[in-house]
Design a protein around this ligand. Structure first.
Ligand code: HEC
Ligand code: HEC
Ligand code: HEC
Ligand code: HEC
Ligand code: HEC
Ligand code: HEC
Ligand code: HEC
Ligand code: HEC
Ligand code: HEC
Ligand code: HEC
Ligand code: HEC
Ligand code: HEC
Ligand code: HEC
Length: 449
């Protein structure tokens, strides 16, 4: 800069001296009120009298530090300077352009570098006009970004630029990389855990910010709503309706963890975002006696012959975990009582998987093995207009220690009514609390007295 017409290196020693008086005539056109006679040729612009404060701050811009004022302020005539019309363009004379990437920050695009940088000097690094987040809050609403009760770690400490580029970026919202990759930079433990799991919840693949506000929130973990349930229902509106309309509610939905008692919001090795293998999940609570529900874990441990869907660990085959309109949250009808007039609709639950004609014909050689010759004993017991025996009179839906899931006994009011079943090759016999011992045989009909 030596050879050029310059204001010279300003003498730092004088800088602490008196203030300077000047007026800004027009936009960016600088008039030095005091220096009517100053030619500014070889004289310094920064003297004890003139522009004395320039250069006093901790961070001084390169050319200013070099005392080269005219590199930016082009002299027009004596102490008249060209207005600096396009600051962005001026800066680009010496600095790399900052509007080349896909997303450019509005003030950068408009060439308003000076809104963030002081062209001369400042107490802050890079001659910034304020430090950290305070700079951003000159234009962005602090009360919005730091609104909630919970503020995200890096936001709380004003570190906006760990996530955002300030000038330009290849990613939306000026992010330094994709939203999820940004999160994983710090939450590295999550990155590891998320990669190795089989199922990822759809919104998690899309963006962490579908649920977590990256800045702050009124709810724990910066959610827009309570994360244990309301957040879920804000997207799963159909579930909200199902749950509201269920007449038989599952108290398992109302433990402290709500939806999170069963679902993992992020990733899982089990379908439907379940946090455990489904039957184990049920047993995580049903391993004790509740008010009206027996200890299912103990029951299954005591009853070795499990029903097909139980063997497949598919409790949802029969129960709707989020509640239903049927007894015991069953998916379909199943009578809670010992006697019922025959109507196949009563047994829809069983007939989801089994032949619904099981008890429809009095005579059969195909419909069921529960027959004496061709006499259908399911028909005999179940298909009555009054006091038909419901399936529960003989079968247990979960498990028993007898073949064909025949119970040892069945609750009959206050009494445990015994069933007394024994199976044979071609039939069986019962000695229940209902009648004396009867036997049946499919090959050779038994004549019971
Ligand atoms: C890198 C370019 C650049 C250099 C070098 C520069 N200025 Fe400026 N100056 C500007 C810009 C741009 C403005 C107007 C916009 C603003 O406020 O930042 C300005 C504004 C001014 C103003 C108006 C008041 C103010 O501060 O806003 C004065 C006075 C001034 N400069 C004096 C100087 C002096 C004296 C020097 C040399 C010691 C100097 N400038 C060096 C860019 C520069
Ligand atoms: C005449 C050339 C020139 C112009 C025009 C210019 N600068 Fe500079 N700028 C420099 C030099 C030289 C440095 C010092 C570089 C260094 O220290 O590595 C610098 C440093 C900076 C720095 C600090 C960078 C760092 O790494 O510390 C910022 C920020 C900056 N300039 C912003 C601006 C802005 C904003 C404008 C437009 C108002 C502008 N510059 C115009 C030459 C210029
Ligand atoms: C919205 C505020 C803002 C605007 C507008 C802005 N900058 Fe910056 N600039 C910053 C911040 C903050 C930094 C500090 C570096 C960082 O945190 O990435 C910076 C750093 C710089 C640096 C030094 C570090 C680097 O990235 O090379 C230069 C040079 C620079 N800016 C030039 C410019 C120029 C030229 C313009 C106008 C085209 C401009 N800035 C507009 C906020 C801004
Ligand atoms: C001089 C004013 C100004 C300053 C200072 C400023 N911004 Fe901005 N910023 C804007 C404007 C204007 C927009 C575009 C309008 C909008 O979308 O709200 C914007 C938009 C943004 C966006 C959204 C970009 C998009 O693609 O939608 C982000 C992110 C952002 N700014 C971050 C920051 C950060 C971080 C800082 C501090 C380093 C900062 N801003 C400082 C004015 C500013
Ligand atoms: C942990 C990373 C992170 C930090 C730290 C961070 N942001 Fe953001 N910011 C984001 C993400 C991610 C988005 C995009 C949100 C979305 O897409 O919903 C965003 C969006 C924005 C937007 C655009 C808002 C809109 O509604 O379009 C602004 C403005 C913004 N941030 C400013 C800031 C400011 C100011 C700070 C510092 C106080 C800051 N951010 C700190 C990650 C961050
Ligand atoms: C710059 C590092 C950084 C980035 C990037 C970052 N976080 Fe954080 N995050 C933190 C820190 C630090 C905490 C506070 C940890 C604490 O209090 O134990 C935190 C806390 C959290 C918490 C609350 C955890 C708790 O135990 O209270 C959530 C949720 C969170 N971050 C989500 C995100 C999401 C989503 C993103 C991406 C948009 C993200 N973070 C990006 C550093 C980061
Ligand atoms: C569908 C909504 C949703 C999405 C999307 C989501 N989260 Fe979460 N996140 C939650 C819920 C709910 C919790 C609370 C979990 C709990 O209390 O057991 C949570 C908790 C967290 C926590 C703090 C507790 C912990 O497990 O350490 C972090 C960190 C976190 N999430 C990071 C992320 C990251 C990173 C992403 C994106 C890859 C993400 N989340 C996407 C719902 C979501
Ligand atoms: C931002 C919206 C959103 C939020 C919040 C949300 N989900 Fe989802 N969830 C989805 C989308 C989208 C799908 C995939 C489409 C579908 O199957 O409905 C999905 C799928 C699911 C599935 C089925 C997965 C599968 O394999 O079929 C379960 C279970 C689930 N979410 C539970 C939850 C729980 C629990 C919460 C609260 C912690 C929650 N969701 C919060 C959007 C959301
Ligand atoms: C007691 C455990 C449990 C709780 C608590 C629970 N779920 Fe589920 N959820 C399940 C099971 C088990 C499945 C798989 C059901 C199936 O396969 O039919 C499931 C499936 C889902 C599905 C997938 C769609 C479907 O019905 O198959 C969504 C969505 C869902 N749950 C949302 C929620 C929401 C929202 C909450 C909180 C209001 C919640 N769940 C609470 C156990 C639970
Ligand atoms: C988080 C704990 C929890 C989990 C997990 C859980 N339950 Fe429950 N369940 C309960 C509670 C509490 C009750 C209420 C018992 C009572 O007091 O009547 C209940 C009751 C039931 C009832 C009887 C409902 C009625 O009112 O008639 C059935 C059936 C049931 N659960 C099935 C399941 C199935 C199937 C699963 C697995 C998909 C499951 N539960 C998982 C806590 C849980
Ligand atoms: C084949 C259908 C079916 C399957 C599969 C099934 N249940 Fe049930 N469950 C029922 C029926 C029917 C009842 C009502 C039984 C009764 O009252 O005799 C019931 C009742 C219950 C009850 C109420 C407790 C009680 O004392 O009667 C619980 C708890 C329960 N089931 C849990 C489970 C669990 C856990 C699984 C998976 C291991 C499961 N069920 C699988 C049909 C089924
Ligand atoms: C979700 C499907 C499903 C439902 C609902 C269902 N079952 Fe089953 N059932 C099966 C499967 C699978 C088997 C095993 C078949 C096999 O091993 O060949 C089975 C076997 C049986 C057996 C024993 C058959 C044998 O060969 O040992 C009886 C008895 C039985 N179920 C009765 C019932 C009753 C009573 C209901 C209604 C409470 C019912 N089932 C509901 C699927 C179901
Ligand atoms: C009076 C007792 C009794 C009643 C009531 C009863 N069953 Fe059975 N059921 C049996 C016996 C005994 C067998 C075993 C037949 C054999 O294999 O010898 C059986 C067998 C079955 C089988 C295995 C396939 C077959 O038909 O041989 C199914 C499925 C079945 N019952 C379903 C039901 C359903 C559904 C109901 C209610 C609609 C019901 N049962 C009512 C006693 C009964």
């Amino acid at each position: 800069m030596g050879g050029k017409k310059s204001c010279g290196i300003f003498p730092r020693a004088v800088l602490a001296a008196t203030g300077l008086v000047f007026a800004l005539a027009g936009s960016g056109s600088v008039v030095f009120a005091k220096s009517d006679k100053a030619a500014h040729g070889s004289e310094s612009c920064v003297t004890g009298e003139c522009h004395a404060k320039i250069g006093t701050e901790r961070f001084v811009h390169g050319p200013v530090a070099a005392g080269d004022c005219t590199v930016c302020h082009k002299p027009k005539k004596k102490h008249k300077f060209e207005p600096i019309g396009n600051v962005g363009k001026l800066c680009a004379d010496c600095h790399e352009r900052l509007d080349k990437q896909k997303y450019v920050h509005a003030p950068v695009k408009e060439g308003k570098c000076f809104t963030c940088h002081d062209s001369h000097q400042s107490p802050y690094k890079f001659q910034l006009r304020a430090a950290g987040a305070e700079l951003c809050f000159k234009c962005h609403d602090k009360s919005k970004i730091m609104s909630g009760k919970f503020v995200h770690g890096p936001v709380a400490v004003g570190s906006c630029t760990t996530c955002h580029a300030v000038h330009q970026a290849e990613f939306p919202k000026l992010l330094r990389t994709t939203a999820n990759a940004i999160c994983f930079e710090c939450h590295a433990d999550k990155a590891e855990a998320f990669k190795t799991r089989k199922f990822t919840h759809a919104p998690v693949s899309k963006s962490c910010t579908e649920c977590h506000d990256p800045h702050s929130g009124n709810f724990k973990y910066n959610f827009k709503a309570d994360g244990a349930q309301d957040l879920c229902l804000s997207c799963h509106k159909d579930k909200a309706t199902d749950i509201a309309e269920a007449t038989v509610k599952h108290k398992g939905l109302n433990t402290e963890k709500k939806c999170l008692a069963c679902h993992d919001p992020h990733v899982s090795d089990y379908a439907k975002q379940l946090s455990m293998q489904p039957a184990d999940l049920c047993m995580s609570c049903h391993d004790r006696d509740y008010g009206s529900a027996a200890n299912m874990k103990a029951f299954l441990a005591d009853n070795a012959i499990a029903h097909g869907p139980i063997k497949q660990k598919d409790c949802s085959g029969c129960h709707n975990t989020h509640g239903s309109k049927n007894f015991r949250m069953l998916r379909e009808n199943f009578p809670p009582v010992f006697y019922a007039a025959y109507n196949p609709d009563n047994y829809k639950l069983c007939f989801m998987c089994h032949e619904n004609s099981l008890a429809s014909d009095a005579r059969t050689t195909k419909l069921t093995a529960f027959r004496n010759g061709d006499q259908n004993l399911h028909y005999v017991h179940v298909n009555k207009s009054v006091k038909g025996r419901t399936c529960r009179a003989c079968h247990d839906a979960h498990a028993t220690n007898n073949p064909r899931h025949i119970r040892d006994s069945v609750p009959f009011s206050a009494w445990e009514l015994p069933v007394g079943f024994r199976k044979t090759e071609t039939g069986g016999q019962c000695l229940p609390g209902c009648h004396k011992m009867f036997a049946y045989d499919r090959m050779q009909a038994v004549k019971n007295q």
